[in-house]
Design a protein around this ligand. Structure first.
Ligand SMILES: Cc1cc2nc3c(=O)[nH]c(=O)nc-3n(C[C@H](O)[C@H](O)[C@H](O)COP(=O)(O)OP(=O)(O)OC[C@H]3O[C@@H](n4cnc5c(N)ncnc54)[C@H](O)[C@@H]3O)c2cc1C
Length: 255
């Protein structure tokens, strides 16, 4: 699994300072705060216009912790990241795309993309079980072979018998039929954009499911990026290793 972070929030400080100037106000910034953390802080402060003499002595970290602890988390929706995730199974993305709120997706199509050279994501649970691993390998190889042979034998088929159709629709029809034999393990690529609030919800729900190693790896990998991008927004999440070395994402509701 690989996560490429391809989009991140950008705070236009000059534009914000211009706004404050127009109001005759100032803002004491926290030196270490990162851009997404500042966007969240100023969004929260605008709610109360707590700038200038009304600014509390709270640091950016304290301010954001207070927002989270008071469940004023809608302010966290102003910052989003875009991840290109590769090397994950269709089984995993099927679970991922169930997250509807604050998430956007663009996923590799099995109708437009030929899957003849598809790869398969091997579950790590099979590592110590050679017999099960061999069964798994046989199954995915025979699915791949069936996919190719179905494509070849339907090569000249029309999308809808008797109807005049385009090449594009004929191809879609053939690939739709052939892809139905591909397993859940088929490798896929997905672009995911999500805001900080939605990501926190995702990590809470999905990060610590013992029986779902691929999801735990995804959660830990995402958290690794997010901690580098905006540690304060994810202050109450941390990663640990289980006895088998796989990661688990914990949420500390006392933090
Ligand atoms: C351990 C586990 C097991 C699961 N097993 C299954 C399963 O067997 N079958 C299955 O189909 N799914 C299963 N799911 C998926 C689960 O039901 C959710 O679809 C998925 O986790 C997305 O969560 P969500 O709805 O909270 O997220 P989002 O869709 O991102 O929604 C975020 C939040 O917005 C609110 N919200 C969103 N939509 C609505 C709405 N229509 N009405 C009211 N409030 C809304 C809710 O507060 C929700 O928590 C499982 C999930 C987990 C973590």
């Amino acid at each position: 699994m690989k996560i490429h972070l391809i989009g991140r929030p950008q705070f236009d400080l000059d534009a914000f300072i211009n706004f404050l100037d127009s109001q005759g106000l100032t803002w004491e910034r926290t030196k270490e705060a990162k851009q997404p953390e500042e966007i969240v802080e100023v969004s929260g402060r605008v709610c109360y216009m707590s700038f200038g003499p009304k600014q509390s002595p709270r640091s950016n970290t304290e301010y954001i912790r207070n927002l989270v602890n008071n469940e004023h988390e809608s302010v966290l929706e102003h910052v989003s990241w875009t991840f290109l995730i590769t090397g994950i199974s269709r089984a995993l993305t099927h679970q991922l795309v169930r997250h509807r709120i604050g998430f956007s997706y663009s996923q590799l199509s099995q109708q437009y993309h030929d899957e003849t050279d598809a790869e398969f994501i091997e579950p790590n649970q099979l590592n110590d079980f050679p017999e099960a691993l061999a069964l798994w390998q046989d199954a995915v190889q025979s699915a791949k072979e069936a996919y190719k042979r179905i494509l070849e034998s339907l090569d000249t088929a029309s999308a809808v018998a008797g109807e005049p159709t385009s090449k594009k629709e004929d191809k879609r029809a053939v690939r739709s039929a052939a892809r139905s034999v591909l397993p859940n393990a088929t490798e896929t690529k997905i672009v995911v954009t999500a805001n900080a609030r939605a990501l926190r919800h995702f990590l809470k729900l999905r990060g610590a499911i013992l029986g779902d190693e691929e999801m735990r790896r995804l959660s830990a990998n995402l958290l690794h990026h997010l901690k580098a991008e905006a540690p304060v927004l994810f202050f109450d999440f941390y990663t640990e290793s289980l006895l088998d070395g796989s990661p688990i994402v914990r949420y500390d509701n006392e933090a």
